[in-house]
Design a protein around this ligand. Structure first.
Ligand code: SAM
Length: 237
């Protein structure tokens, strides 16, 4: 459990460092949520609120939760008052079951302990509606190839090490247990669909539906068509 504000210092430069690099991920998550026609969305471990800020004009009810006061202060400072932020622990959320039709968890699982990861994902599954979707973006197993190796085995570990030793150990454990694919295989009972790949395949976005009979296949064709159009315009990495 996070007992101090681990992001106190990071909050001041987080957006400056990562905003541009993560833009294609946030854009694809927005496209995905639009496609699923969600109305009530929560971003778990929302950080500085970049994703919710991007969703600000989407006619959705938006909530962000995080444990860092400093990250939330940044989020509040740039968001309209209609976006609701709450300082709370993602492992034990103060929301009723089946409250949201869109639940986002971006780059938040890999840095937690295995127990925290499981608790957070369990909470996401609890608060999402039966016909809703959980969108998870995080580090995936590093694909073969020079550029993927450079990003996945040099650049990302370097960034994670800068974030602190605890954070780094959790990241190493995450990669060792099969990264995002391994985590979902072990913890998810619903339908899992790959939405898009970023950073030369080192980051994946998945849409997860609670129901086994979710007709995601048909949906995905439209989403894929949209993304391939974006790719051809060089929007995704
Ligand atoms: C790497 S940042 C990701 C932020 C954001 N999702 C994004 O895409 O930029 C991880 C966030 O998780 C938050 N966090 C860490 N432990 C948490 C917990 N137990 N409950 C809620 N938030 C937590 C941190 O404060 C930080 O803002």
């Amino acid at each position: 459990m996070q007992t101090r504000d681990d992001y106190q210092r990071t909050a001041s430069y987080y957006d400056f460092l990562l905003s541009r690099g993560l833009r294609s991920i946030r854009t694809n998550i927005r496209t995905c949520l639009r496609h699923y026609d969600v109305t009530n969305v929560i971003d778990i471990c929302c950080g500085t609120g970049e994703q919710l800020h991007m969703l600000g004009n989407e006619n959705m009810l938006l909530t962000g939760i995080d444990l860092s006061e400093a990250m939330l202060a940044k989020a509040r400072s740039k968001s309209p008052a209609t976006i609701h932020y709450l300082e709370t622990d993602a492992c034990n959320l103060p929301f009723p079951d089946s409250e949201y039709d869109g639940v986002i968890i971006t780059l938040a699982l890999h840095e937690k302990t295995a127990t925290q990861q499981q608790l957070i994902f369990k909470e996401a599954c609890r608060i999402v509606k039966h016909d809703g979707h959980i969108i998870v973006a995080d580090y995936a197993a590093v694909p073969e190839g020079y550029n993927s190796t450079l990003i996945g085995k040099v650049f990302i570990p370097f960034i994670e090490r800068l974030a602190g030793l605890d954070h780094y150990h959790n990241y190493k454990d995450w990669m060792a247990q099969g990264a995002l694919q391994g985590f979902l295989e072990n913890n998810c009972t619903g339908t899992i669909s790959l939405i898009s790949q970023h950073a030369k395949g080192c980051i994946h976005i998945y849409a997860i539906s609670k129901s086994k009979d979710d007709p995601l296949g048909a949906d995905l064709k439209k989403i894929e068509a949209h993304f391939s159009e974006q790719n051809s315009k060089g929007v995704t990495t």
